[in-house]
Structures are given as structure tokens and as C-alpha cells.
Design a binder for this molecule. Structure first.
Ligand code: GDL
Length: 681
């Protein structure tokens, strides 16, 4: 049963900020900026629980020293003046002995200390701790959930008796679906906690994942039932404490607005660098306070416009000329390079695609995309220098560790491009004086990640040792093989393409790796790549790139077959397609702009991997705001058609009789739950 009377958080779905990351806590000055932004953006809860503040976690039993206590008291008072609820969080779980009265008393003493400093709202944070109980706790409580519920209920009783209007939040040890599914905290952890915890205690939850690409109403149903209350979202979407190479200054996304009615509040745990949180908080506020369908890119553009004044450069001084001011385009491009945890902004995507073209093609074949990528790299390189004049030094310092590597990589790219041009003119290459030879970004961690594959998800029963992960350029040749081995309407095409085994993948795989690498996933097992899911968000632009940058090479290398078509080999039939392409975007114009396709070798079929990959690519297209997606499937391939129908696709048209192709489409902008694809996930 859901307890509708739980009262910890008011009003309906407040938005807030959590200072809850690993790393140096924010300074007093940064906290003042935070409160200013929160008041401006209508964010009303500040959950204060800096992981590496010793008085929060490592030395949780110890009260704040005097000076520190005064700083906290004045922070609480500042929050009060701005009508922001200050919630003080403590994380005792690293060494809490639940059955020990002295430990419970120590916890209550900390709450009493904070009450004296003016705090009325509290949080007990039991995330990221060992999930084993010590023998005394195990003997008394049996399970971790029961032990934690016991301590939390005592804390709540104390708050209810001593703090008028006091509240308590709890972060469980498994705090996302994946952790719960993996059995962290013991079996039935959530059920036990939900059943034993006082109804007035609110529970934090990060969604399906620690950093959830998507959180939907539906994804919270099961946890809401188990916890017997709607959760308060601890949203790590913008957190960057787990990757020192990035920060996230793109828009809040992957959460439909109707999510607000499924939760008791949503709090962002954002970038460690406070100055880089302007766009995250701005767009989160637009999401929270606006109406209608959510358009992340529009909200982003709006926020960037408001952020631009912070990028004022120092005035010219007698011995220092003024630099060119930072423009909206500059800031957009820079932010596109540090956008979201699962996507790059449009400018960064275009730079990557164009850079790939520059590196792979001869300069004579460079087109508009390559030129634009070179321009963008020049702009980012110059930004690296111009931003050194930022008047707001804390902002520069927050950017610096990401800005300089970005400038260096852009310089390296421009250097390679320049040498390709020189080589084409028969000139000797220029030496690269900017780069220390053999320097790789990321050091040991990046090297280790190359050796150890990163799982898309924990292997589950039925998927065995299969891993789904984003495709890398070096997967291309193996993906070509998968295309061939599924090239006879899903069956092995090897016998039919002996004269040119790469004929098919040159159309159905290569261009996707070249022009749409961020919509490409592969599945692999011990033997290597055994399937892929590829797509293009904007089919018209994709075919345009194919026409201008890909097909000329195919027609030059493979002559159009002559003679009677009936005598052509399968490979020749495909060569004919190189010369006479037929790009079909079915359905009413603009309805199904994206397209996808998926191929799995037999060993990867029937294990839910296809559905999983389709879920990922459709989720990504939805996140990008695409209205619909289409795909083509052999008209005789009824098995594949049934699979797509289950995902919600419907037939759009047929071309070329029984041995032709059927186009199927799926609307992505349909209301939630209106498609089978959503029902199935
Ligand atoms: C976590 C930590 C959080 C950290 C975040 C991102 C929760 C509940 N806890 O697991 O402190 O900042 O991931 O790394 O999210």
C-alpha cells in the first residue's frame, strides 16, 4: 500500500540540489552562488551531504569543530532567508553498529547538534557502503534492511518528538533498479525496508541506474510498490565525480515531465565544479516548472543565452590587447563537447563525424562536413586561448582541466589535416611540435578500459556472456562479417557473395560506422562481434552524406554490371545498387525521419539481445526528440516482421513484390504506453 499521508517533503514534487558527490566539498562562496541560482530557478531543497566531508561520513560520530559549526549555521540561515529547505545528511554506514545503543545515541547527538544550528530536516544516507552485517547486528536483526529500518525509525521518533515540522529522508543501500536486481543488501531488501520503515520517512532512489539515461513513470512502478511509497529521486544525471575527463553542461533530458507525479521530489546531484552547473540547474528548472512536451535542446539554447554574460573577458589593458569576445556560437560549441553522460551535443557530433572523414578520406574528397569539422576545431583551439582572459576566474578554473586537453586534441587534429593536405601537394609533412610523443589521455584507466570490455549491463540468465556496448571503429571489419553471415534474409549469405564478400556491408554497415557512429552498438561474445544495431537519426542527411562522400568511391571501384540482370551474381546485384541507389524514406514526409537496422548471428538470437538493442537505439532516438523511425525488412522475412510488430512497428509500404522489401514504421512521439514497444520494456 502507498502511504499518501507521508509528509516529509512539501509542496508537490519540489526540485532541489544535492551536494552529495565525492571530491572537495563546495566552498562557502560557491554555496552562496548555489543558493542564488536555486532561488532564481525555483529549486527549494538543498540536501547537504558532501561525501568527503569527514563529519558527514568517515568521522560521522564527531561533531563539527566550532568554526565549521558557525559556517553551517550561517548556511542554514541563508537558506532560510531564501526559503530553501536545508536538509542535513549523515552517512554513518561505513562502520555503524545498528544494535549498539551507543552508536544510535551518537547519531541522535549529531541530529541534536544540527538542530541547535537551526536545521530541521535530516537525511540518513546508506549508499555506497558494505552490505554485510556484523555478527551482533545479524544476530539481532537478521537482515540489513531490518537493521537499517530499526535505526531510521529511532531517528524518526527522535525527530518527531524534538523537531517541530522535522523530516527524515533515507537513501537505501541498493538505490537503483540494477543494484536491487543484483541482490545488493540481501534478498527482499526493498520489501523489508518498505514494510518496516515508518511511513513518514521518505526514500531516495536514483532510478533504473546510478546515472540513469532515462527515468520514466513506468520504471518507478515496481520500486514504489516495494517501498510502499513514492520515491524521492536522487538524480545523478549531471554528476561528474566518476570521470575526471568530463563535465555535463547540456540540458536535463531522458525524463518525461509526467514523471513529477510519480515522485515526492527530484534532487540533482550535479557536477563537482559548481560554476559548471548553470545550464543543468537552468534546464532542470524549465523542466520542473514548465508545461507540455519537453524539448531539451530548446531549453539548452535558452539556458546558454542566459549563461553567456558569465563569459565576459577581461578588459584590454595597456600592455594586453582585448581578445575577441566569446560568442553564443563559441559557447554552444564548447558546451556541445561536454553535454550529457550519454550524448554529445550537435556541434560535437558534427565535429566527430567530419574529423572521421578528414582522417579516412583523401583531401580531394573532403566536403562540407570535413570543412565544418576543421572550422570547429579551429574555433575550439582559439577558445582555449581566449578563455584564459575570462573575467570570472572561478569559472575559468572550473573549465581549465577539460579546456586545455580539448585545445590540444583539436590542435593535433588540425595538424594531421594540414599534413594530409601537404602530402596531397607533394610537400613534406610539418613536424608536430605541440605534442609530447606517445601521450594518451586517460593514462592507466583508459588503457585498462581498452583491455577489459565495459559491460553494457550485468550478464543476466539467458544472455550468458554476451556484452552489448557502443561500437568502436575497430569493430567495423567484424560487423562486415556479421552482415555477410546474415545477408540472405537473416541466413548466412557467404555462399552467395564469394565474388565480393563485402558487397552488402559496404552499403549496410560501412556508412553507419562513418556517418552515424553514435547510433551504433555491437553485441559480442567470447568469439567477437556477433551482432549490431545501426541507425541514422536524420535519414535524408545520412543519404546525402552517402551520396556525396561514400557512393563516388563505390562507383569508381565497382563497375555497373552489364548483360541480362538475370545472369548477375548477388554481389553484382548489389554493385548495381551502388550505381542506382534507391533511398526510400517511407510514410508522410517528416513522420519517420530516422531509420535503424539490426542483425544478429544465430548464437545471439532468441536471447532478448535484439529487443534490448532496439530498446537502446529507440530510447536514444526518443531522447533526441525524433518523431518516428522506420526500417526495411525482406517481405518474405515474416519472422523479423513479427519481431518488429511486437516492438510497436507497423507496415508502411511494400516495394518490389514478394522478393522485395517491406517498410515498417514506429512513431516515437506517441503518448506513453500507446505502443507495444513501451509495454514490452
Ligand atoms: C553514487 C553516489 C553519489 C555519487 C554518484 C555519482 C548515490 C546515491 N551515491 O553512487 O554520491 O556522486 O554516484 O558518482 O548516487
Amino acid at each position: 500500500m502507498v502511504h499518501p499521508t507521508a509528509t516529509a517533503i512539501e509542496p508537490h514534487c519540489p526540485g532541489g540540489v544535492i551536494e552529495g558527490f565525492y571530491g572537495p566539498p563546495w566552498s562557502d562562496a560557491e554555496r552562496q552562488t548555489l543558493l542564488e541560482w536555486m532561488a532564481r530557478f525555483g529549486l527549494s531543497v538543498y540536501l547537504f551531504c558532501p561525501k568527503d566531508d569527514p563529519h558527514h561520513r568517515a568521522a560521522w560520530r564527531e561533531p563539527y569543530p566550532r568554526g565549521e559549526a558557525e559556517r553551517i549555521a550561517s548556511l542554514i540561515a541563508d537558506c532560510g532567508r531564501r526559503r530553501i529547505d536545508f536538509v542535513w545528511g549523515v552517512g554513518p554506514g561505513l562502520d555503524l553498529r545498528h544494535a549498539d545503543e551507543a552508536d544510535v545515541a551518537a547519531l541522535l547527538a549529531r541530529f541534536a547538534e544540527l538542530l541547535r544550528l537551526g536545521c530541521r530536516r535530516f537525511a540518513l544516507l546508506l549508499d555506497d557502503i558494505p552490505d554485510a552485517l556484523d555478527p551482533a547486528d545479524a544476530a539481532r536483526f537478521g537482515t540489513l534492511a531490518a537493521a537499517q529500518a530499526h535505526v531510521a525509525n529511532q531517528a524518526w521518533e527522535w525527530i518527531a518528538a524534538n523537531v517541530p515540522g522535522g523530516t527524515l529522508l533515507l537513501c537505501p543501500t541498493p538505490y537503483c533498479d540494477r543494484m536491487a536486481a543484483a541482490g545488493l543488501g540481501g534478498s527482499d531488501y526493498l520489501e523489508t525496508l518498505g514494510g518496516q520503515l515508518a511511513p513518514a520517512i521518505d526514500i531516495l532512489w536514483t532510478g533504473p541506474e546510478i546515472i540513469a539515461p532515462e527515468i520514466t513513470h513506468k520504471s518507478l512502478r515496481s520500486v514504489t510498490r516495494l517501498l510502499q511509497r513514492k520515491p524521492v529521486l536522487w538524480d545523478n544525471f549531471f554528476a561528474d565525480d566518476y570521470d575526471g575527463n568530463r563535465f555535463f553542461a547540456g540540458p536535463y533530458s531522458g525524463r518525461p515531465r509526467d514523471l513529477q507525479s510519480a515522485v515526492r521530489g527530484i534532487f540533482l546531484n550535479p557536477n563537482n565544479e559548481l560554476p559548471l552547473n548553470f545550464v543543468p540547474l537552468h534546464t532542470f528548472s524549465s523542466w520542473l516548472h514548465g508545461n507540455g512536451p519537453w524539448n531539451p535542446r530548446a531549453a539548452f539554447e535558452n539556458a546558454i543565452g542566459d549563461w553567456l554574460p558569465a563569459f565576459r573577458l577581461l578588459d584590454a589593458a595597456p600592455h594586453r590587447p582585448a581578445r575577441e569576445p566569446i560568442s553564443l556560437d563559441d559557447l554552444t560549441l564548447l558546451t556541445d563537447c561536454f553535454y550529457g553522460p550519454y550524448e554529445q551535443g550537435a556541434g560535437a557530433e558534427a565535429l566527430l563525424a567530419g574529423a572521421r572523414g578528414v582522417m579516412e578520406k583523401p583531401p580531394a574528397a573532403w566536403g562540407r562536413d570535413e570543412e565544418q569539422a576543421l572550422d570547429a576545431a579551429r574555433r575550439l583551439k582559439s577558445l582555449g586561448y581566449r578563455l584564459a582572459d575570462l573575467a570570472d576566474r572561478p569559472l575559468l578554473h572550473a573549465l581549465a582541466r577539460r579546456l586545455w586537453p580539448l585545445r590540444e586534441e583539436c590542435t593535433l587534429f588540425l595538424h594531421h589535416a594540414d599534413n594530409k593536405l601537404r602530402a596531397a601537394r607533394g610537400e613534406a609533412p610539418h613536424p608536430d611540435n605541440d605534442h609530447l610523443p606517445g601521450t594518451f589521455r586517460g593514462g592507466f584507466l583508459a588503457a585498462l578500459q581498452k583491455v577489459v570490455p565495459v559491460p553494457w549491463e550485468q550478464p543476466r540468465p539467458g544472455t550468458g556472456a554476451f556484452t552489448i556496448r557502443p561500437a568502436r571503429p575497430e569493430d567495423r571489419q567484424q560487423a562486415y562479417r556479421v552482415c555477410l553471415e546474415t545477408g540472405d534474409d537473416g541466413r548466412d549469405g557467404t555462399p552467395y557473395y564469394r565474388d565480393d564478400p563485402d558487397a552488402l556491408p559496404r552499403i549496410f554497415v560501412g556508412p553507419y560506422f562513418a556517418f552515424a557512429p553514435n547510433l551504433a552498438w555491437v553485441v559480442e561474445d567470447d568469439e567477437g562481434v556477433c551482432g549490431y544495431c545501426l541507425g541514422a537519426a536524420d535519414s535524408a542527411a545520412f543519404y546525402d552524406a552517402y551520396e556525396r562522400q561514400w557512393r563516388p568511391d563505390l562507383t569508381a571501384r565497382f563497375p555497373a554490371p552489364t548483360g541480362a540482370p538475370a545472369t548477375w551474381t548477388r554481389a553484382q546485384q548489389i554493385h548495381h545498387l551502388y550505381h542506382h541507389p534507391d533511398h526510400l524514406i517511407p510514410g508522410p514526409p517528416g513522420h519517420y525521419p530516422a531509420h535503424v537496422h539490426i542483425d544478429l548471428l544465430p548464437q545471439a538470437q532468441g536471447r532478448g539481445l535484439g529487443k534490448k538493442m532496439m530498446g537502446m537505439i529507440l530510447g536514444e532516438l526518443r531522447r533526441r526528440g525524433l518523431p518516428g523511425v522506420h526500417l526495411g525488412v525482406g517481405t518474405v522475412n515474416v519472422r523479423a516482421q513479427a519481431f518488429y510488430r511486437k516492438l510497436g512497428f507497423a507496415e508502411l509500404c511494400r516495394v518490389g513484390g514478394d522478393d522485395g522489401c517491406t517498410s515498417m514504421g514506429l512513431r516515437l512521439d506517441a503518448p506513453p504506453d500507446s505502443t507495444a514497444e513501451r509495454r514490452d520494456r
